[in-house]
Design a protein around this ligand. Structure first.
Ligand SMILES: Cc1cc2nc3c(=O)[nH]c(=O)nc-3n(C[C@H](O)[C@H](O)[C@H](O)COP(=O)(O)OP(=O)(O)OC[C@H]3O[C@@H](n4cnc5c(N)ncnc54)[C@H](O)[C@@H]3O)c2cc1C
Ligand SMILES: *[C@@H]1O[C@H](CO)[C@@H](O)[C@H](O)[C@H]1NC(C)=O
Ligand SMILES: *[C@@H]1O[C@H](CO)[C@@H](O)[C@H](O)[C@H]1NC(C)=O
Ligand SMILES: *[C@@H]1O[C@H](CO)[C@@H](O)[C@H](O)[C@H]1NC(C)=O
Ligand SMILES: *[C@@H]1O[C@H](CO)[C@@H](O)[C@H](O)[C@H]1NC(C)=O
Ligand SMILES: *[C@@H]1O[C@H](CO)[C@@H](O)[C@H](O)[C@H]1NC(C)=O
Ligand SMILES: *[C@@H]1O[C@H](CO)[C@@H](O)[C@H](O)[C@H]1NC(C)=O
Ligand SMILES: *[C@@H]1O[C@H](CO)[C@@H](O)[C@H](O)[C@H]1NC(C)=O
Ligand SMILES: *[C@@H]1O[C@H](CO)[C@@H](O)[C@H](O)[C@H]1NC(C)=O
Ligand SMILES: *[C@@H]1O[C@H](CO)[C@@H](O)[C@H](O)[C@H]1NC(C)=O
Length: 626
């Protein structure tokens, strides 16, 4: 989903199809997993040694992480031990905007590219430390602020390991743990809460952990069918191309360049196929993961079963570093129909309400769509839509972008959307759908979800998983609809939402850590706040963030008590985030965290166990236990 309200402008990049796929017997491993760290390699280097985390003295080891400039920050001799092991994969990257600042690195051409490509996710995914929500790095070194201000490192990592294999990951985990350095993990950098970076840290970059293996018949845990083994650096577009070539589908997100095997899969992962197949994490058969002790282990139904449970929905950057994931695939769908349309308030609305945003006709059309959310989701539908104010005073715009209909023909889609279309025509609201059927998931996904613009620094999202119950009772439905409508009418930044129902039944009744609120959801709604792009005063920014959390989002929470929020598209300041992101699963997740990572090698804001740590009001200070 895109945070900025730039819905109608999309990037038109060319996507190279994955040429990484190979096939093999069920016990085949990816190249990235074949190179592992062995004890004899580190026997002479105490800084790189493995350590049994269960034997650690937790009280003395759970302490503030060292920061550059501290006496305990590793010496260059120490960094050189790491360098000896991982070679040139260890780098000290400048912030991506540094080329725009006066100084030795200034480069006008490179700067022009960074500025021009800023909203292109590939720019940031290809950079060792850049992330797509730079607010949480302290807005440091934005290219647009050059050349006369100072470019500081801010919340970006000091060192990055561009991991090429499990061994590089293991070396990083051992080094960070032994030297008491903050460790972060960056895959693509899509995270909306800045969880893939952190001040004073060593970052493991997983983006290059590519590789895809296809198994036409994998047998595991009672499953027998097609499956993939996927490197954690593989992105959605690469995986989808590989699946298309094998005439199957994998449950993945809508976002083209989002990583499949990092924050997405560990966060649960919603998908255009979720109303049929549940969450992406529901179909994982096993993980290869580097744990806090530096070992590469398998987590599946029989080995490290608690970890296996937690990694499917418990969130990234918490329990270990994923290296690969083995996941079920499903037969491709013979037909997938995609429908896109927009409509604005009718002329009658605008003449009736020139000064406000009541737009009753417009909302009547939306209501006839909303009323059918439970029914549409039960038919396997997924839709992605936005509502926001236009530049014309009093006018609002609805954009269906798109209505995604797996296994449905154009005629079937027209019949599913008939109540909405009929209401529009009765009220003279002009609505001209573009509805096209495709042979298979890939082409429909490609047409329906162009690469989104990212890179907002002047705003942030918040989300709510609205339960089906709010649709079943007509009093409650009316109140829910009013709450949504009021928020958009207040013209605060509109609504970005999904009609989606990843029920337990759709997911095959898995037992995993996915937020139980997802199982009841029929609408995943995102609200954003946006402020002046020139604002750099953090006490003002924090006041705006507080307004989003405590004022603007409150009616959404109040109308859905006990429901939740999607941790991957959430408010970084979500109140009671443990309940919101994980509901009744939280106590077990917290216990598993204490068991697999007792001293807190892994930390990210709002991750499981993060309440025991602080990075200060600025979120840029050293990481310390509370
Ligand atoms: C344009 C856009 C579209 C999106 N579309 C969808 C969608 O359709 N469905 C959906 O569910 N979500 C979607 N999201 C949200 C997305 O799931 C999150 O942004 C997610 O965190 C991205 O994961 P990443 O690994 O690519 O990103 P990163 O920012 O690199 O990482 C995210 C988090 O995971 C951790 N992490 C990364 N790799 C690993 C690893 N190998 N092991 C352990 N931890 C790791 C990081 O430390 C960080 O905490 C979208 C986001 C954007 C910006
Ligand atoms: C995004 O960046 C990639 C990599 O540089 C490039 O191939 C692609 O064309 C860019 N997309 C746009 C719309 O500029
Ligand atoms: C930066 O400083 C130079 C030299 O003082 C000045 O000419 C230029 O206008 C300044 N640029 C900006 C954007 O302030
Ligand atoms: C609503 O907000 C948009 C974007 O900020 C602005 O362009 C528009 O003028 C506003 N409309 C009203 C009626 O306030
Ligand atoms: C697709 O539709 C057909 C017939 O309508 C049905 O038999 C099949 O189970 C559906 N497939 C999925 C994945 O829902
Ligand atoms: C819709 O438009 C037609 C023709 O312009 C007009 O006759 C009719 O009264 C309008 N209906 C409403 C509800 O405004
Ligand atoms: C309809 O949508 C498809 C993509 O789904 C696009 O290629 C086509 O140009 C669109 N047609 C119109 C008339 O907008
Ligand atoms: C809900 O709202 C609709 C449309 O405004 C109205 O007809 C209906 O009576 C309301 N239902 C209840 C229970 O208030
Ligand atoms: C419907 O919801 C309203 C408002 O939450 C509640 O007061 C009422 O008891 C509910 N009715 C039923 C039948 O559940
Ligand atoms: C930032 O904003 C606060 C609150 O409005 C104000 O008191 C403070 O002076 C501002 N700081 C700077 C550096 O402008």
């Amino acid at each position: 989903m895109q945070l900025v309200i730039l819905i109608l402008s999309v990037l038109h990049g060319s996507l190279a199809a994955s040429a990484l796929v190979s096939t093999g017997p069920a016990d085949s491993r990816l190249d990235i997993e074949k190179t592992v760290l062995i004890d004899s390699e580190v026997s002479l280097y105490p800084d790189l040694a493995f350590e049994d985390v269960h034997l650690q003295d937790i009280a003395s080891r759970r302490k503030c992480r060292v920061f550059p400039g501290d006496p305990d920050w590793p010496s260059s001799a120490s960094w050189n031990q790491l360098k000896a092991l991982v070679g040139d994969n260890l780098v000290m990257p400048d912030p991506i905007g540094k080329v725009c600042y006066t100084g030795r690195e200034f480069d006008a051409n490179a700067c022009a590219t960074v500025e021009q490509q800023w909203s292109n996710s590939t720019l940031h995914a290809d950079h060792p430390s850049s992330v797509m929500s730079p607010l949480y790095q302290g807005l440091t070194c934005l290219p647009f602020d050059g050349p006369n201000r100072t470019c500081t490192l801010g919340g970006y990592p000091v060192f990055v390991i561009n991991a090429q294999n499990a061994r590089d990951v293991q070396a990083a985990v051992n080094f960070a743990r032994n030297k008491n350095i903050r460790l972060v993990i960056k895959n693509t950098g899509h995270d909306f809460s800045g969880k893939s970076s952190g001040s004073g840290s060593l970052s493991i970059r997983t983006h290059q952990l590519k590789g895809i293996l296809f198994f036409s018949q994998l047998e595991k845990d009672g499953y027998r069918g097609p499956a993939f083994r996927i490197g954690s650096g593989v992105q959605a577009f690469e995986l989808y191309a590989a699946a298309r070539d094998q005439h199957v589908v994998v449950i993945g997100g809508e976002g083209v360049t989002v990583g499949w095997g990092g924050g997405y899969i560990t966060g649960g992962g919603h998908s255009p196929l979720s109303s049929i197949h549940g969450m992406a994490a529901d179909h994982v058969l096993s993980f290869e993961v580097v744990t806090a002790d530096g070992r590469l282990v398998t987590a599946d139904s029989t080995q490290n079963a608690d970890l296996f449970w937690a990694l499917r929905g418990g969130g990234g950057s918490t329990f270990g570093v994923l290296v690969s994931i083995t996941v079920k695939a499903f037969p491709d769908l013979p037909i997938v129909t995609v429908s896109s349309f927009t409509f604005t308030s009718s002329p009658r609305d605008i003449s009736k309400y020139p000064a406000d945003t009541s737009n009753n006709d417009f909302w009547a059309v939306i209501r006839s769509y909303f009323e059918n959310f439970a029914l549409l989701a039960d038919q396997g539908m997924y839709s992605y839509f936005n509502i926001f104010a236009t530049a014309i005073p009093g006018q609002q715009l609805f954009s269906m972008a798109p209505f995604f209909a797996p296994n449905k023909t154009v005629e079937e889609v027209n019949s599913l959307l008939k109540p909405m279309f009929d209401t529009a025509s009765a009220l003279n609201v002009t609505l001209i759908p573009n509805t096209t059927a495709y042979n298979g998931f890939y082409d429909a996904w490609l047409a329906g979800f162009p690469q989104e613009r990212i890179g907002t620094w002047a705003g942030q999202p918040a989300s709510r998983l609205f339960p089906r119950d709010n649709w079943l009772n007509s009093t409650l439905f009316n109140a829910t609809f009013d709450v949504i409508r009021t928020k958009v009418a207040a013209n605060d930044s509109g609504l970005i939402a999904f009609n989606i129902a990843p029920t337990l039944a759709a997911g095959g009744n898995p037992n995993n850590a996915v937020n139980p609120a997802w199982r009841k959801t029929v609408m995943h709604a995102i609200s954003t706040i946006a402020w002046d792009q020139g604002l750099r005063n953090f006490s003002q920014i924090r006041a705006l963030q507080h307004d989003l959390t405590s004022v603007r989002m409150k009616p959404w929470r109040d109308i859905s008590p006990g429901a939740g929020s999607y941790l991957n598209e959430a408010d970084i300041n979500e109140p009671n985030f443990q309940q919101s992101f994980w509901g009744s699963h939280y106590p077990r997740l917290y216990k598993i965290k204490q068991n697999v990572d007792p001293v807190g090698v892994f930390f990210a804001e709002t991750a499981v166990g993060s309440e025991d740590w602080t990075t200060g009001v600025t979120r840029l200070e050293r990481l310390c236990p509370l």
